[in-house]
Design a protein around this ligand. Structure first.
Ligand code: BTN
Length: 331
């Protein structure tokens, strides 16, 4: 089955919503027979996309699946005018590992890799990222910034803040950022970012931002230690979210975030978003870093994105990396 025709049909149906799109017009526009359109629609219906067909009126989208469908995602990406290279896998070891393989093969960038599930999802600090649920997003953005490594130091924070802005402003989801790479809702983690880079002495050769976002999954089905500190957008929102709209918006936003950052046009917006979404502002926290656990009150970030803590002794300490736990909470 030709996947591009599927995406083109779905893009037409999305544009026509809530009206019908005529079968004749579809066949003519796509240069295929009406029977061929019918058989593509029939296949899409079998794959979980509810499409209403009425003689003399045509086809209309009725309901979209809770899990990512590749042709539908492609149609949404066109709608969002996302022009970057894109790959989708029903199942893969890790989208970040696939990104490494693509880079080794000389892939064009920017490139976005998405998967329905992962068998070896990776988190920060060598942890595993639970990736069995199909209603979630597993995304990797692949870039070749060719900028000095010091120029990229705030990039993960900026990227996370932009994802927060998209989730709040386009979807009304109260998502906040927890330094250095977590997105939280109701004090629980809904997403994590894993940044992996190959750095030469004077430039960042390539950069992969892997984002795992808990969308339409049920925390009740997760292992207990994850359930205690994480949640899903569906749980926060009280009902499933339209995962294709969400994914396409986040992909567009992530790519825009990169463009603004490398052009050096992000600084004023960074400060605004940081004021708006920094969940740690003035909070008492414990940072678990290589030096051990250190407790203090958060006093912002420095120009390199390091977290500044005011210790009980009055001394100020900065952390380039580490895990942060809010006092009185498991973070
Ligand atoms: C963390 O909070 O520890 C970061 C988690 C990052 C998970 C994502 S899912 C998509 C991409 N592929 C991976 O293997 N990991 C990242």
């Amino acid at each position: 089955m030709n996947r591009e025709i599927d995406s083109l049909i779905l893009a037409t149906l999305l544009k026509a919503q809530p009206d019908f799109a005529s079968g004749n017009a579809l066949a003519e526009d796509l240069g295929v027979s009406r029977v061929s359109i019918w058989s593509h629609v029939d296949q899409l219906k079998k794959e979980g996309i509810e499409i209403e067909a009425i003689r003399n009126r045509g086809y209309r989208l009725k309901a979209l699946p809770k899990e990512l469908h590749p042709a539908l995602l492609e149609a949404f990406l066109w709608k969002e005018r996302v022009a970057s290279e894109f790959r989708f896998f029903e199942s893969i070891d890790s989208t970040n590992s696939e990104a490494e393989r693509e880079l080794a093969d000389g892939c064009p960038t920017p490139l976005v890799i998405a998967a329905g599930r992962q068998t070896k999802g990776r988190g920060r600090l060598g942890r595993q990222w639970f990736s069995e649920d199909r209603g979630n997003l597993y995304l990797s953005y692949v870039f070749r910034p060719h900028l000095a490594p010091t120029r990229m130091q705030r990039f993960t924070l900026w990227f996370g803040l932009c994802l927060c802005a998209e989730l709040n402003d386009a979807h009304g989801l109260p998502v906040m950022m927890k330094w250095p790479n977590d997105l939280l809702c109701d004090g629980r983690k809904i997403a994590g970012i894993l940044t992996e880079a190959r750095v030469d002495a004077d430039r960042t050769r390539d950069l992969v931002l892997g984002c795992g976002i808990n969308v339409n999954s049920d925390p009740e089905s997760w292992p207990e230690e994850i359930r205690n500190r994480a949640t899903s957008l569906q749980r926060v929102h009280g009902q499933p979210l339209e995962v294709h709209t969400l994914a396409a918006g986040l992909i567009r936003k992530g790519l825009e975030a990169y463009d603004a950052f490398v052009a050096g046009e992000h600084e004023r917006e960074f400060e605004k978003l940081w004021q708006r979404f920094n969940v740690l502002d003035g909070a008492e926290v414990t940072v678990t870093a290589v030096q051990g656990d250190i407790t203090g009150v958060v006093d912002g970030i420095d120009t390199y994105g390091a977290l500044k803590l005011r210790l009980p002794s009055g001394e100020e300490k900065s952390f380039q990396a580490g895990d942060v736990t809010l006092s009185g909470q498991r973070g």
